[in-house]
Write a protein that binds this ligand. Structure first.
Ligand code: PMP
Length: 316
């Protein structure tokens, strides 16, 4: 069975937000042939709007599409569509410091397919919504729980792409953790049940003696754009950064732990509970490294600091 080819996306149209028509036998509804992305637009003091590395989201969507036998927009088509959608909704981009416009691109098999196979037709769409700042009054540490009854991804599976099914698989683990008062789950690898992977919707970093480590990308972890950016920012600030296997014992012995993602940017971890034992970090407050990385990256994304990395795209 051949995967459909790329480059077959016709020029898009801008339409008011509303329901879409979908065949009951569409590939996305029956076989989970769907991908999404998430990025943010910020308003600067001068009124202009900034996107953060949108081409990276386009690249990641293409990588996921290849794995799911789907055609994908080119990176140029992707970025142009994001720009057009944001510009058409620019009045919804909150004022500086009051949040951002969250942008959600979707790519899905919308053609009808009864037997298991890639769908014959695809839809790429983008919707947006204003969101407040994740941390309204300064950074607030989150509390994670490690548990081995559930895993987010397995080797050879789809953990390394942003496919919708990965999120269905964490719903139960995450809601059980929340019911017990935790913020989220920190997943271990499914083979050795020993190495850190990531949280339900963010990557994880461990700080020990001024070295910053994060699990290496091995197909079971989403290659986060914030993760990649934080690695570069940390290196530019003089930290030693390592991408490698990190055992659960190491994280329990760390000086600081933080998570990264588009929503949280950098989120300090206040405690991790493993087998009923709770380990706290940063003395109940926010660790110095997490605070520094959060400040540097948010100031860059919001256009408060000069963008020496060339990561922001100014829209108007
Ligand atoms: N891991 C998972 C599972 C995620 O859903 C996300 C959010 N996209 C991330 C990590 C962080 O990725 P990014 O920094 O690109 O938002």
């Amino acid at each position: 069975m051949r995967c459909p080819r790329d480059g077959e996306f016709s020029n898009g149209t801008l339409e008011p937000y509303g329901n879409i028509e979908l065949s009951p036998s569409s590939g996305v509804l029956n076989y989970g042939q769907g991908l999404f992305e998430g990025l943010k637009a910020y308003r600067k003091e001068d009124g202009s709007i900034l996107l953060f590395r949108p081409e990276e989201n386009g690249v990641r969507m293409r990588m996921g599409a290849e794995r799911l036998c789907m055609p994908a927009p080119t990176i140029e088509q992707f970025v142009d569509a994001v720009k057009a959608t944001v510009l058409a909704n620019k009045r919804w981009v909150p004022p500086p410091g009051k949040g951002s416009l969250y942008i959600r691109p979707l790519l899905m098999g919308t053609g009808a397919v009864l037997g298991l196979a890639p769908a014959p037709e695809y839809t790429f769409l983008i919707y947006v919504s204003p969101v407040g700042n994740y941390f309204k009054e300064g950074l607030a540490p989150i509390n994670l729980v490690i548990q081995n009854d559930y895993h987010r991804a397995t080797p050879g599976g789809t953990g390394g792409i942003k496919t919708i099914g990965n999120y269905a698989s964490v719903l139960k683990a995450q809601s059980e953790a929340k019911e017990k008062g935790y913020s989220d789950v920190l997943y271990l690898d499914s083979v050795h049940k020993k190495y850190l992977e990531e949280v339900s919707s963010c990557n994880v970093f461990v700080v020990k003696d001024n070295t910053i480590s994060t699990p290496a990308i091995r197909g079971t972890i989403l290659p986060g754009i914030t993760r990649k950016s934080i690695i570069d920012v940390a290196v530019s600030l003089g930290f030693q950064v390592e991408e490698r296997l990190i055992s659960v014992e190491e994280v329990l012995d760390a000086d600081e732990v933080f998570c990264t993602g588009t929503a949280v940017v950098v989120s300090p971890v206040g405690s991790i509970t493993y087998h009923g034992k709770r380990v706290s970090y940063g003395g109940g407050g926010v660790g110095a490294v997490s605070q520094q990385l959060y400040s540097v990256l948010t100031r860059l994304q919001m256009g408060i600091a000069e963008d020496k990395m060339g990561w922001t795209l100014q829209l108007c």
